[in-house]
Design a protein around this ligand. Structure first.
Ligand code: G6P
Length: 526
Protein backbone atom coordinates (compact mmCIF):
# COMPACT_ATOMS: atom_id res chain seq x y z
CA UNK A 1 0.00 0.00 0.00
CA UNK A 2 1.55 3.34 -0.95
CA UNK A 3 1.86 5.63 2.02
CA UNK A 4 0.61 8.67 0.14
CA UNK A 5 -2.18 9.02 -2.37
CA UNK A 6 -1.57 8.48 -6.07
CA UNK A 7 -1.03 11.81 -7.84
CA UNK A 8 -4.27 13.43 -8.80
CA UNK A 9 -4.42 13.28 -12.62
CA UNK A 10 -5.81 16.80 -13.07
CA UNK A 11 -3.21 18.21 -10.73
CA UNK A 12 -0.37 16.40 -12.41
CA UNK A 13 -1.41 17.87 -15.75
CA UNK A 14 -1.96 21.41 -14.63
CA UNK A 15 0.83 21.42 -12.08
CA UNK A 16 -1.67 22.95 -9.66
CA UNK A 17 0.01 21.87 -6.49
CA UNK A 18 1.80 18.94 -4.88
CA UNK A 19 0.30 15.73 -3.58
CA UNK A 20 2.65 15.67 -0.63
CA UNK A 21 3.63 18.80 1.27
CA UNK A 22 5.96 19.03 4.26
CA UNK A 23 5.61 22.13 6.41
CA UNK A 24 8.45 22.65 8.88
CA UNK A 25 9.97 25.72 10.47
CA UNK A 26 13.29 25.02 8.69
CA UNK A 27 14.07 24.26 5.06
CA UNK A 28 16.31 21.23 4.49
CA UNK A 29 18.93 23.57 2.96
CA UNK A 30 21.06 26.47 4.21
CA UNK A 31 21.50 29.69 2.30
CA UNK A 32 25.11 30.34 1.20
CA UNK A 33 26.20 33.82 0.13
CA UNK A 34 28.49 33.52 -2.89
CA UNK A 35 31.53 35.83 -3.31
CA UNK A 36 29.82 37.43 -6.32
CA UNK A 37 26.93 38.48 -4.09
CA UNK A 38 24.60 35.73 -5.36
CA UNK A 39 22.85 33.10 -3.25
CA UNK A 40 23.10 29.34 -3.44
CA UNK A 41 21.63 26.60 -1.25
CA UNK A 42 23.60 23.84 0.45
CA UNK A 43 21.78 20.73 1.74
CA UNK A 44 21.62 20.65 5.53
CA UNK A 45 21.24 16.93 6.00
CA UNK A 46 19.05 16.28 8.99
CA UNK A 47 17.10 13.23 10.03
CA UNK A 48 13.82 14.62 8.79
CA UNK A 49 14.96 15.26 5.24
CA UNK A 50 16.69 11.88 5.06
CA UNK A 51 13.40 10.24 5.99
CA UNK A 52 11.18 12.30 3.78
CA UNK A 53 13.38 12.67 0.71
CA UNK A 54 12.34 9.35 -0.88
CA UNK A 55 8.66 10.15 -0.29
CA UNK A 56 9.18 13.69 -1.59
CA UNK A 57 10.83 12.42 -4.76
CA UNK A 58 8.28 9.69 -5.40
CA UNK A 59 5.35 12.06 -4.98
CA UNK A 60 6.98 15.19 -6.43
CA UNK A 61 6.43 16.69 -3.00
CA UNK A 62 7.14 20.22 -1.79
CA UNK A 63 8.82 21.37 1.43
CA UNK A 64 7.75 24.67 2.95
CA UNK A 65 10.12 26.19 5.50
CA UNK A 66 12.26 29.10 6.65
CA UNK A 67 15.93 29.53 5.72
CA UNK A 68 16.94 30.75 9.17
CA UNK A 69 17.76 34.35 8.14
CA UNK A 70 15.75 37.53 8.46
CA UNK A 71 14.77 38.85 5.07
CA UNK A 72 12.38 38.65 2.17
CA UNK A 73 10.57 35.48 1.18
CA UNK A 74 12.71 33.33 -1.16
CA UNK A 75 9.51 31.73 -2.54
CA UNK A 76 9.49 28.49 -4.56
CA UNK A 77 12.80 27.16 -5.88
CA UNK A 78 14.49 23.86 -6.71
CA UNK A 79 17.54 22.63 -4.82
CA UNK A 80 19.07 19.22 -4.92
CA UNK A 81 16.16 18.04 -7.05
CA UNK A 82 13.59 18.96 -4.38
CA UNK A 83 10.76 21.48 -4.67
CA UNK A 84 11.26 23.96 -1.86
CA UNK A 85 9.17 26.93 -0.81
CA UNK A 86 11.16 29.44 1.23
CA UNK A 87 9.23 31.47 3.79
CA UNK A 88 10.50 34.87 4.88
CA UNK A 89 10.58 36.28 8.40
CA UNK A 90 11.19 39.96 9.05
CA UNK A 91 13.73 40.98 11.69
CA UNK A 92 10.82 41.71 14.06
CA UNK A 93 9.34 38.28 13.39
CA UNK A 94 12.67 36.60 14.04
CA UNK A 95 12.70 38.40 17.39
CA UNK A 96 9.03 37.94 18.37
CA UNK A 97 8.09 34.65 16.68
CA UNK A 98 11.33 32.63 16.54
CA UNK A 99 13.42 33.89 19.44
CA UNK A 100 10.39 34.98 21.45
CA UNK A 101 7.31 32.78 21.32
CA UNK A 102 8.99 29.66 19.91
CA UNK A 103 12.19 29.64 21.92
CA UNK A 104 11.52 31.71 25.04
CA UNK A 105 7.85 30.71 25.60
CA UNK A 106 7.04 27.30 24.11
CA UNK A 107 10.49 25.67 24.30
CA UNK A 108 10.98 26.15 28.07
CA UNK A 109 7.28 25.49 28.78
CA UNK A 110 7.27 22.20 26.88
CA UNK A 111 10.55 21.15 28.56
CA UNK A 112 9.07 21.22 32.03
CA UNK A 113 9.95 24.88 32.73
CA UNK A 114 13.66 24.11 33.21
CA UNK A 115 14.03 27.80 32.32
CA UNK A 116 11.15 30.14 33.12
CA UNK A 117 8.90 30.65 30.09
CA UNK A 118 8.07 34.24 29.21
CA UNK A 119 4.56 35.17 28.14
CA UNK A 120 4.17 38.27 25.98
CA UNK A 121 1.05 39.14 24.03
CA UNK A 122 2.94 40.67 21.11
CA UNK A 123 5.00 37.45 20.79
CA UNK A 124 1.74 35.50 20.58
CA UNK A 125 0.47 37.86 17.89
CA UNK A 126 3.63 37.25 15.86
CA UNK A 127 3.16 33.47 16.32
CA UNK A 128 -0.40 33.70 14.98
CA UNK A 129 0.68 35.85 12.02
CA UNK A 130 3.60 33.60 11.02
CA UNK A 131 1.52 30.42 11.43
CA UNK A 132 -1.11 32.01 9.20
CA UNK A 133 1.48 32.64 6.46
CA UNK A 134 2.74 29.05 6.64
CA UNK A 135 -0.86 27.79 6.47
CA UNK A 136 -1.52 30.01 3.47
CA UNK A 137 1.59 28.68 1.72
CA UNK A 138 0.50 25.10 2.43
CA UNK A 139 -2.98 25.88 1.05
CA UNK A 140 -1.41 27.36 -2.08
CA UNK A 141 0.99 24.51 -2.78
CA UNK A 142 -1.14 21.47 -1.85
CA UNK A 143 -2.99 19.70 -4.66
CA UNK A 144 -6.59 18.59 -4.25
CA UNK A 145 -6.68 15.72 -1.76
CA UNK A 146 -2.97 16.14 -0.90
CA UNK A 147 -1.28 14.89 2.22
CA UNK A 148 0.21 17.72 4.29
CA UNK A 149 2.63 16.88 7.10
CA UNK A 150 3.27 19.74 9.54
CA UNK A 151 6.17 19.59 11.99
CA UNK A 152 6.85 20.76 15.48
CA UNK A 153 6.03 23.33 18.10
CA UNK A 154 6.71 26.37 15.91
CA UNK A 155 3.65 25.59 13.75
CA UNK A 156 0.92 24.32 16.07
CA UNK A 157 -1.78 26.59 14.67
CA UNK A 158 -1.18 25.58 11.05
CA UNK A 159 -3.37 22.43 11.11
CA UNK A 160 -6.54 24.33 12.01
CA UNK A 161 -5.71 27.33 9.78
CA UNK A 162 -5.10 25.01 6.85
CA UNK A 163 -8.25 22.96 7.44
CA UNK A 164 -10.34 26.13 7.44
CA UNK A 165 -9.13 26.84 3.90
CA UNK A 166 -8.69 23.33 2.58
CA UNK A 167 -11.10 20.75 3.96
CA UNK A 168 -10.04 18.37 1.14
CA UNK A 169 -6.46 17.74 2.37
CA UNK A 170 -5.29 15.09 4.82
CA UNK A 171 -3.36 16.75 7.64
CA UNK A 172 -0.74 15.15 9.85
CA UNK A 173 1.24 16.87 12.60
CA UNK A 174 4.31 15.60 14.44
CA UNK A 175 5.53 17.15 17.68
CA UNK A 176 9.30 16.58 17.92
CA UNK A 177 9.60 17.84 21.49
CA UNK A 178 7.83 16.70 24.67
CA UNK A 179 4.22 17.65 25.30
CA UNK A 180 4.11 18.71 28.97
CA UNK A 181 1.79 17.60 31.73
CA UNK A 182 -1.36 19.70 32.01
CA UNK A 183 -0.32 21.47 35.20
CA UNK A 184 2.55 22.99 33.22
CA UNK A 185 0.79 23.43 29.88
CA UNK A 186 -2.04 25.24 31.67
CA UNK A 187 0.30 28.18 32.35
CA UNK A 188 0.08 29.12 28.67
CA UNK A 189 -2.40 31.98 28.35
CA UNK A 190 -3.27 30.71 24.83
CA UNK A 191 -3.57 27.02 25.77
CA UNK A 192 -7.05 26.63 24.28
CA UNK A 193 -6.03 28.19 20.96
CA UNK A 194 -2.97 25.92 20.74
CA UNK A 195 -5.02 22.78 21.42
CA UNK A 196 -7.63 23.86 18.88
CA UNK A 197 -4.91 24.66 16.37
CA UNK A 198 -3.48 21.15 16.68
CA UNK A 199 -6.92 19.57 16.46
CA UNK A 200 -7.17 20.77 12.87
CA UNK A 201 -5.05 17.70 12.03
CA UNK A 202 -6.35 14.20 11.33
CA UNK A 203 -3.40 12.55 13.08
CA UNK A 204 -1.11 13.96 15.76
CA UNK A 205 2.16 12.16 16.37
CA UNK A 206 4.19 12.41 19.57
CA UNK A 207 7.51 10.92 20.61
CA UNK A 208 6.29 8.99 23.66
CA UNK A 209 2.99 7.57 24.80
CA UNK A 210 3.20 9.88 27.80
CA UNK A 211 3.31 12.92 25.48
CA UNK A 212 0.21 11.75 23.59
CA UNK A 213 -1.54 11.10 26.92
CA UNK A 214 -0.60 14.60 28.11
CA UNK A 215 -2.05 16.07 24.93
CA UNK A 216 -5.30 14.11 25.27
CA UNK A 217 -5.63 15.33 28.81
CA UNK A 218 -5.02 18.92 27.65
CA UNK A 219 -7.88 18.44 25.18
CA UNK A 220 -10.23 17.39 27.96
CA UNK A 221 -9.13 20.12 30.33
CA UNK A 222 -8.55 23.10 28.03
CA UNK A 223 -11.39 22.57 25.57
CA UNK A 224 -13.87 20.27 27.32
CA UNK A 225 -13.78 17.81 24.44
CA UNK A 226 -14.19 14.13 25.10
CA UNK A 227 -11.53 11.54 24.29
CA UNK A 228 -11.83 7.83 23.75
CA UNK A 229 -8.59 5.89 23.67
CA UNK A 230 -6.38 7.78 21.23
CA UNK A 231 -9.27 9.72 19.63
CA UNK A 232 -10.60 13.20 20.29
CA UNK A 233 -14.08 13.86 18.94
CA UNK A 234 -14.28 17.34 17.39
CA UNK A 235 -17.17 18.93 15.59
CA UNK A 236 -16.77 20.50 12.17
CA UNK A 237 -18.93 21.90 9.40
CA UNK A 238 -19.24 18.43 7.88
CA UNK A 239 -20.20 16.84 11.20
CA UNK A 240 -18.08 15.31 13.94
CA UNK A 241 -14.67 13.83 13.17
CA UNK A 242 -12.08 11.99 15.24
CA UNK A 243 -8.55 13.30 15.62
CA UNK A 244 -6.06 10.65 16.69
CA UNK A 245 -3.08 11.28 18.96
CA UNK A 246 -0.47 8.54 19.30
CA UNK A 247 3.23 7.82 19.80
CA UNK A 248 5.52 7.50 16.79
CA UNK A 249 9.08 7.64 18.19
CA UNK A 250 11.40 9.24 15.65
CA UNK A 251 14.70 7.67 14.69
CA UNK A 252 17.76 8.08 12.48
CA UNK A 253 19.13 6.78 9.19
CA UNK A 254 20.69 3.86 11.08
CA UNK A 255 22.10 1.97 8.09
CA UNK A 256 23.55 5.12 6.51
CA UNK A 257 25.35 6.15 9.68
CA UNK A 258 26.54 2.63 10.39
CA UNK A 259 28.08 2.55 6.92
CA UNK A 260 29.86 5.86 7.45
CA UNK A 261 31.29 4.45 10.69
CA UNK A 262 32.68 1.48 8.76
CA UNK A 263 34.61 3.62 6.30
CA UNK A 264 38.38 3.34 6.61
CA UNK A 265 38.90 7.13 6.56
CA UNK A 266 36.42 7.54 9.43
CA UNK A 267 38.00 4.73 11.46
CA UNK A 268 41.42 6.27 10.89
CA UNK A 269 40.11 9.62 12.07
CA UNK A 270 38.74 7.94 15.22
CA UNK A 271 42.21 6.52 15.96
CA UNK A 272 43.73 9.96 15.38
CA UNK A 273 41.27 11.53 17.84
CA UNK A 274 42.31 9.05 20.53
CA UNK A 275 45.95 9.76 19.77
CA UNK A 276 45.66 13.51 20.09
CA UNK A 277 43.76 13.02 23.33
CA UNK A 278 46.86 11.23 24.67
CA UNK A 279 45.70 7.62 24.23
CA UNK A 280 43.60 7.54 27.40
CA UNK A 281 42.07 4.24 28.47
CA UNK A 282 38.60 5.80 28.48
CA UNK A 283 37.18 8.52 26.27
CA UNK A 284 33.91 9.97 27.55
CA UNK A 285 31.85 11.96 25.05
CA UNK A 286 28.98 14.44 25.22
CA UNK A 287 27.37 15.81 22.03
CA UNK A 288 24.60 18.36 22.33
CA UNK A 289 23.15 21.53 20.96
CA UNK A 290 24.16 24.10 23.57
CA UNK A 291 20.74 24.08 25.24
CA UNK A 292 19.72 24.16 28.91
CA UNK A 293 17.51 21.11 28.39
CA UNK A 294 20.56 18.94 27.67
CA UNK A 295 21.89 18.75 31.23
CA UNK A 296 25.44 19.77 30.24
CA UNK A 297 26.07 21.54 33.55
CA UNK A 298 24.86 18.54 35.56
CA UNK A 299 27.21 16.33 33.55
CA UNK A 300 30.15 18.69 34.10
CA UNK A 301 29.38 18.88 37.80
CA UNK A 302 29.42 15.09 38.09
CA UNK A 303 32.63 14.78 36.11
CA UNK A 304 34.29 17.61 38.07
CA UNK A 305 33.47 15.85 41.35
CA UNK A 306 34.79 12.54 40.03
CA UNK A 307 38.04 14.36 39.23
CA UNK A 308 38.15 15.96 42.68
CA UNK A 309 37.61 12.57 44.29
CA UNK A 310 40.27 10.95 42.10
CA UNK A 311 37.77 8.42 40.77
CA UNK A 312 38.20 9.40 37.11
CA UNK A 313 40.39 11.70 35.06
CA UNK A 314 43.55 12.02 33.01
CA UNK A 315 45.69 10.29 32.05
CA UNK A 316 43.24 7.37 32.40
CA UNK A 317 40.06 9.17 31.25
CA UNK A 318 39.19 12.36 29.36
CA UNK A 319 35.89 14.01 28.48
CA UNK A 320 35.17 15.47 25.05
CA UNK A 321 32.16 17.80 25.06
CA UNK A 322 30.80 19.02 21.73
CA UNK A 323 28.29 21.83 22.30
CA UNK A 324 27.05 23.08 18.95
CA UNK A 325 26.02 26.75 18.81
CA UNK A 326 22.26 27.31 19.05
CA UNK A 327 19.78 30.21 19.37
CA UNK A 328 22.61 32.50 20.33
CA UNK A 329 20.52 35.65 20.57
CA UNK A 330 18.13 34.21 23.15
CA UNK A 331 19.16 35.37 26.64
CA UNK A 332 18.87 31.97 28.38
CA UNK A 333 21.22 30.47 25.77
CA UNK A 334 23.80 33.24 26.22
CA UNK A 335 23.71 32.79 29.98
CA UNK A 336 24.08 29.03 29.61
CA UNK A 337 27.07 29.38 27.31
CA UNK A 338 28.80 31.65 29.82
CA UNK A 339 28.12 29.21 32.64
CA UNK A 340 29.25 26.14 30.69
CA UNK A 341 32.44 27.87 29.58
CA UNK A 342 33.19 29.10 33.09
CA UNK A 343 32.64 25.59 34.46
CA UNK A 344 34.87 23.97 31.82
CA UNK A 345 37.62 26.52 32.49
CA UNK A 346 37.42 25.95 36.24
CA UNK A 347 37.64 22.18 35.85
CA UNK A 348 40.55 22.45 33.44
CA UNK A 349 42.26 25.14 35.52
CA UNK A 350 42.15 22.94 38.59
CA UNK A 351 42.95 19.58 37.04
CA UNK A 352 44.94 20.08 33.84
CA UNK A 353 48.65 19.54 33.53
CA UNK A 354 50.76 20.71 30.65
CA UNK A 355 49.81 18.38 27.79
CA UNK A 356 46.90 16.81 29.67
CA UNK A 357 43.43 18.37 29.70
CA UNK A 358 40.46 16.74 31.45
CA UNK A 359 37.71 18.43 29.37
CA UNK A 360 38.02 19.07 25.64
CA UNK A 361 35.26 21.56 24.92
CA UNK A 362 34.23 22.23 21.31
CA UNK A 363 31.68 24.97 20.66
CA UNK A 364 31.28 23.98 17.03
CA UNK A 365 29.22 21.94 14.60
CA UNK A 366 30.75 19.10 12.63
CA UNK A 367 29.90 17.13 9.50
CA UNK A 368 28.51 13.62 9.83
CA UNK A 369 31.89 11.96 9.17
CA UNK A 370 33.60 13.78 12.03
CA UNK A 371 30.67 12.99 14.32
CA UNK A 372 30.88 9.31 13.38
CA UNK A 373 34.62 9.36 14.13
CA UNK A 374 33.95 10.93 17.55
CA UNK A 375 31.31 8.29 18.32
CA UNK A 376 33.79 5.59 17.30
CA UNK A 377 36.48 7.12 19.50
CA UNK A 378 34.22 7.22 22.57
CA UNK A 379 34.08 4.38 25.08
CA UNK A 380 31.29 5.97 27.08
CA UNK A 381 28.65 8.28 25.63
CA UNK A 382 27.02 10.66 28.09
CA UNK A 383 23.47 11.71 27.14
CA UNK A 384 22.04 13.36 30.24
CA UNK A 385 19.23 15.78 29.31
CA UNK A 386 16.87 17.09 31.96
CA UNK A 387 14.11 16.68 29.37
CA UNK A 388 14.31 15.70 25.69
CA UNK A 389 11.61 14.66 23.23
CA UNK A 390 13.73 11.84 21.84
CA UNK A 391 17.51 12.54 21.68
CA UNK A 392 18.90 11.25 18.42
CA UNK A 393 22.53 11.50 19.60
CA UNK A 394 21.92 8.41 21.73
CA UNK A 395 20.69 6.52 18.66
CA UNK A 396 23.54 7.83 16.51
CA UNK A 397 26.13 6.55 18.98
CA UNK A 398 24.51 3.13 19.00
CA UNK A 399 24.31 3.01 15.17
CA UNK A 400 28.06 3.73 14.89
CA UNK A 401 29.16 0.96 17.30
CA UNK A 402 29.38 -1.76 14.69
CA UNK A 403 31.68 -3.89 16.87
CA UNK A 404 29.08 -3.83 19.71
CA UNK A 405 31.51 -2.18 22.14
CA UNK A 406 30.89 1.02 24.08
CA UNK A 407 28.47 2.10 26.80
CA UNK A 408 25.63 4.60 26.76
CA UNK A 409 24.74 6.58 29.88
CA UNK A 410 21.23 7.86 29.19
CA UNK A 411 18.86 10.14 31.06
CA UNK A 412 15.50 8.69 32.02
CA UNK A 413 13.96 11.96 30.85
CA UNK A 414 14.57 11.35 27.16
CA UNK A 415 12.22 9.70 24.72
CA UNK A 416 15.12 7.41 23.78
CA UNK A 417 15.07 5.91 27.29
CA UNK A 418 11.73 4.27 26.43
CA UNK A 419 13.45 2.33 23.65
CA UNK A 420 17.09 1.78 24.63
CA UNK A 421 16.85 -0.66 27.49
CA UNK A 422 20.53 -1.53 27.15
CA UNK A 423 21.62 1.92 28.31
CA UNK A 424 22.82 2.81 31.81
CA UNK A 425 19.80 4.87 32.80
CA UNK A 426 20.29 7.87 35.09
CA UNK A 427 18.40 10.66 36.76
CA UNK A 428 20.68 13.62 35.90
CA UNK A 429 19.43 15.60 38.91
CA UNK A 430 20.90 12.92 41.19
CA UNK A 431 24.56 13.90 40.98
CA UNK A 432 25.75 11.02 43.20
CA UNK A 433 23.75 8.57 41.10
CA UNK A 434 25.11 10.13 37.92
CA UNK A 435 28.70 9.84 39.20
CA UNK A 436 28.25 6.21 40.20
CA UNK A 437 26.61 5.35 36.89
CA UNK A 438 29.38 7.01 34.87
CA UNK A 439 31.96 5.03 36.84
CA UNK A 440 29.95 1.83 36.39
CA UNK A 441 29.74 2.42 32.64
CA UNK A 442 33.50 2.95 32.40
CA UNK A 443 34.10 -0.35 34.20
CA UNK A 444 31.56 -2.54 32.42
CA UNK A 445 32.88 -5.91 31.28
CA UNK A 446 33.22 -6.52 27.55
CA UNK A 447 30.57 -9.22 27.69
CA UNK A 448 28.03 -7.05 29.44
CA UNK A 449 28.76 -4.08 27.18
CA UNK A 450 28.24 -6.30 24.14
CA UNK A 451 24.96 -7.68 25.46
CA UNK A 452 23.64 -4.20 26.14
CA UNK A 453 24.87 -2.72 22.87
CA UNK A 454 23.53 -5.62 20.81
CA UNK A 455 19.98 -5.10 22.07
CA UNK A 456 20.15 -1.34 21.48
CA UNK A 457 21.56 -1.83 17.98
CA UNK A 458 18.78 -4.20 17.09
CA UNK A 459 16.20 -1.63 18.15
CA UNK A 460 17.86 1.25 16.26
CA UNK A 461 18.43 -0.85 13.15
CA UNK A 462 14.86 -2.13 12.97
CA UNK A 463 13.20 1.15 13.92
CA UNK A 464 14.91 3.64 11.65
CA UNK A 465 13.70 6.99 10.41
CA UNK A 466 12.32 5.55 7.16
CA UNK A 467 10.11 3.21 9.16
CA UNK A 468 9.03 6.12 11.35
CA UNK A 469 7.92 8.18 8.33
CA UNK A 470 6.28 5.20 6.66
CA UNK A 471 4.38 4.27 9.81
CA UNK A 472 3.16 7.81 10.39
CA UNK A 473 2.11 8.36 6.77
CA UNK A 474 0.41 5.03 6.35
CA UNK A 475 -1.51 5.62 9.58
CA UNK A 476 -2.47 9.08 8.37
CA UNK A 477 -3.64 7.83 5.00
CA UNK A 478 -4.70 4.34 5.94
CA UNK A 479 -8.26 3.27 6.48
CA UNK A 480 -7.76 2.27 10.08
CA UNK A 481 -7.31 4.69 12.91
CA UNK A 482 -4.54 4.01 15.43
CA UNK A 483 -5.62 1.39 17.93
CA UNK A 484 -7.79 2.80 20.66
CA UNK A 485 -7.42 2.09 24.31
CA UNK A 486 -10.29 0.36 25.98
CA UNK A 487 -11.41 3.20 28.20
CA UNK A 488 -14.79 4.75 27.55
CA UNK A 489 -15.34 8.41 26.74
CA UNK A 490 -13.88 10.42 29.55
CA UNK A 491 -15.14 13.48 31.30
CA UNK A 492 -14.58 16.85 29.71
CA UNK A 493 -13.22 20.07 31.08
CA UNK A 494 -13.01 20.94 34.69
CA UNK A 495 -13.70 24.67 34.43
CA UNK A 496 -12.37 25.35 37.91
CA UNK A 497 -9.08 23.78 37.07
CA UNK A 498 -9.53 21.40 39.97
CA UNK A 499 -8.63 17.77 40.13
CA UNK A 500 -9.48 16.08 36.91
CA UNK A 501 -11.27 12.75 37.07
CA UNK A 502 -8.54 11.19 34.99
CA UNK A 503 -5.80 12.55 37.33
CA UNK A 504 -3.03 10.53 35.72
CA UNK A 505 -0.03 12.60 36.65
CA UNK A 506 2.81 11.91 38.94
CA UNK A 507 3.92 14.59 41.41
CA UNK A 508 6.17 16.07 38.74
CA UNK A 509 3.18 16.71 36.55
CA UNK A 510 4.04 14.14 33.90
CA UNK A 511 1.32 11.87 32.68
CA UNK A 512 1.97 8.34 33.71
CA UNK A 513 1.16 5.55 31.32
CA UNK A 514 -2.49 5.27 32.14
CA UNK A 515 -4.56 2.36 30.87
CA UNK A 516 -5.90 4.55 28.09
CA UNK A 517 -2.45 5.75 27.03
CA UNK A 518 -2.49 5.56 23.25
CA UNK A 519 -0.10 3.17 21.63
CA UNK A 520 0.79 4.17 18.09
CA UNK A 521 1.90 1.47 15.71
CA UNK A 522 5.45 2.76 16.03
CA UNK A 523 5.37 3.02 19.79
CA UNK A 524 8.27 1.74 21.76
CA UNK A 525 8.42 -1.66 23.30
CA UNK A 526 9.45 -1.37 26.90
C1 G6P B 1 14.91 20.85 17.96
C2 G6P B 1 13.52 21.14 17.44
C3 G6P B 1 13.53 21.51 15.97
C4 G6P B 1 14.54 22.62 15.73
C5 G6P B 1 15.92 22.19 16.23
C6 G6P B 1 16.99 23.27 16.04
O1 G6P B 1 15.38 19.66 17.44
O2 G6P B 1 12.66 20.03 17.67
O3 G6P B 1 12.25 21.91 15.54
O4 G6P B 1 14.59 22.97 14.36
O5 G6P B 1 15.81 21.90 17.61
O6 G6P B 1 16.58 24.47 16.60
P1 G6P B 1 16.48 25.80 15.74
O7 G6P B 1 15.93 26.81 16.69
O8 G6P B 1 17.88 26.11 15.30
O9 G6P B 1 15.56 25.53 14.56
Amino acid sequence: MPSIPEPDAATAETGAGHDFVVVASRLPVDRVEEPDGGTSWRPSPGGLVTALEPVMREAGGAWIGWSGDAGPEPGPFEANGLHLVGMGLSAEEVRDFYEGFCNATLWPLYHDVIAPPQFHRHWWEAYVAVNRRFAQAAATHAARGATVWIHDYQLQLVPQMLRQQRADVRIGFFNHIPFPGYEIFAQLPWRRQVVEGLLGADLLGFQRRADAANFLRACRRATGLTTKGSAVRVSGPAGPRDVHAAAFPISIDSAGLSQIAQREDVRKRAREIREVLGQPEIVLLGVDRLDYTKGILHRLKAYGELLNEGRLGPPQAVLVQVASPSRERVEAYRALRDEVELTVSRINGEHAEVGSTPVHYLHQSYPREEMAALYLAADVMLVTPLRDGMNLVAKEYVACRNDESGALVLSEFTGAADELGGAFLVNPHDIEGLKDTIVRATAVSRAEARRRMRSMRRRVREHDVARWAQTFLSTLNGPAAPPNGDAGHEAGADPDGGTSPDGNTDPGGHASTSPDAPLGPGAAAH
